[in-house]
Design a protein around this ligand. Structure first.
Ligand code: NAG
Ligand code: NAG
Length: 410
């Protein structure tokens, strides 16, 4: 069913589902001396007010079994950071929301050029189709297409009119043109996928996909990042033999994946490492790994090729002092993990956005905004970039012709 929906132009973008700010930290009750007959001297009560919470926090810290890796990303401090020669640091200005309230957590975005339909996977399990017609008002109609019963993340078009889905809960799926959902793979080498994340299809039909973690699922993915150990894999699925092959293991939160336009390699993003690498699938270098882009100005998520010479890499968040400290000091990651458990984690996700990178891996442009977090995908359709996010109840789009990046002082 195609529902027309109101399309809001130039809205005020609001924060949504950003983790609650720090509050109610005073969960330990301290005996309150009555105003008249104080049975404790002021210094003693001050001592108790300070020492009890510290003692409680220390105890919680000691008892918690979470064990982050010691400085796994030492080379990743903020001093090593690539800056784009052109930037739009206020991409919310002029941005528009697409499908507000209907597209809940649209993580990945895929565009079918032939039909002009945009596909996305939502937090409620629905794969939604967005029909776009520039000469109509509203410009978009959204259809609940297929519910995977899981959490659809990455999407790619197959060679038989099917959509291949990296479903965080279910694994690699084949959603046929008739809307049938079939599981192609949910484990490899006997190890089950816990967070199937992204997928792309080569011209020869081979499917490449990632499982970000065999240890933490989608709901707990923050712990994987904070733990800082490699639980991710890059894999291929051959539909002729129904064979899943592990191409690379021990990846740090293996995220976005894309086949290069010349079909010689696959690029995959490792989120906490702030890098994307090449895995060669053809030629002399077949089977080897090479750098594509390092020291990104944020944490990469999905990567897409636009057919016009650029990759678009979504930045789930930019860099911050808090992240810098977390990278350096495992105990800070442990504190963050504990705070996460008690839903007290301060929001460190800011400056989400999207990068344009050329075929050679040169950073060309960076679009971001302090008010954006958890941007998970960016694709270019015409003059627009469309961005998905697992937390916003809409897709974001920006006309980059009208809101171009400007030359940055580097
Ligand atoms: C877009 O809408 C116009 C006006 O309703 C219609 O004539 C045209 O065929 C539509 N285009 C597509 C691609 O659906
Ligand atoms: C998905 O299912 C369709 C319909 O059965 C089939 O034609 C197609 O080859 C399948 N795709 C893959 C990659 O298995």
């Amino acid at each position: 069913m195609w529902d027309s929906l109101t399309f809001i132009t130039k809205p005020q973008i609001q924060f949504n589902a950003i983790p609650e700010s720090m509050n109610s930290a005073d969960s330990v009750s301290v005996p309150k001396p009555s105003s008249k007959s104080s049975w404790l001297s002021a210094p003693t009560s001050l001592f108790l007010i300070l020492i009890i919470p510290i003692f409680a926090a220390t105890l919680i810290y000691q008892l918690d079994s979470f064990d982050p890796a010691p400085v796994p990303f030492s080379e990743l401090t903020r001093h090593l950071i690539q800056k784009a020669p052109a930037q739009n640091s206020r991409m919310l200005r002029g941005a528009e929301r697409v499908g507000y309230g209907v597209l809940l957590g649209p993580e990945d975005v895929a565009y079918d050029k032939r039909s002009g339909i945009i596909y996305t996977g939502c937090a409620d399990g629905w794969m939604k189709r967005i029909k776009r017609n520039e000469s109509e008002n509203p410009e978009f109609a959204v259809e609940n297409w297929v519910n995977t019963g899981g959490r659809p993340l990455g999407l790619a078009f197959g060679h038989h009119d099917e959509v291949l889905v990296a479903d965080a809960d279910k694994g690699l799926l084949n959603v046929t043109s008739e809307g049938e959902v079939k599981v192609l793979a949910d484990k490899a080498e006997g190890v089950k996928f816990l967070l199937t994340d992204a997928v792309d299809v080569a011209v020869d039909g081979m499917i490449y996909f990632t499982d970000a973690s065999y240890k933490y699922n989608m709901k707990d993915h923050v712990w994987d990042i904070l733990e800082g150990r490699p639980h991710g894999r890059l894999m291929s699925y051959d539909s002729a033999t129904k064979q899943t092959t592990v191409l690379l293991r021990d990846l740090y939160f293996a995220n976005g994946v894309v086949v290069s336009p010349d079909q010689s390699h696959v690029i995959y993003c490792e989120t906490p490492m702030r890098r994307c690498r090449k895995f060669y699938i053809q030629g002399e270098k077949k089977g080897s790994v090479d750098t594509f882009i390092d020291h990104l100005p944020g944490l990469p998520d999905n990567i897409r090729y636009d057919g016009e010479g650029h990759y678009w890499i979504a930045m789930s968040m930019g860099l911050s002092l808090a992240w810098d400290f977390a990278v350096r000091y495992p105990f800070i990651r442990k504190v963050m993990a504990i705070m996460e458990k008690y839903k007290l984690r301060p929001s460190v996700e800011k400056n989400g956005g999207v990068l344009a990178v050329d075929i050679e891996g040169n950073l060309i442009a960076h679009y971001y905004d302090p008010g954006l977090s958890m941007i998970s995908s960016g694709i270019k359709i015409g003059n627009y970039i469309y961005c998905g996010s697992p937390i916003y109840p809409y897709m974001l789009r920006l006309n980059i012709q009208e809101n171009p990046p400007i030359a940055a002082i580097i």
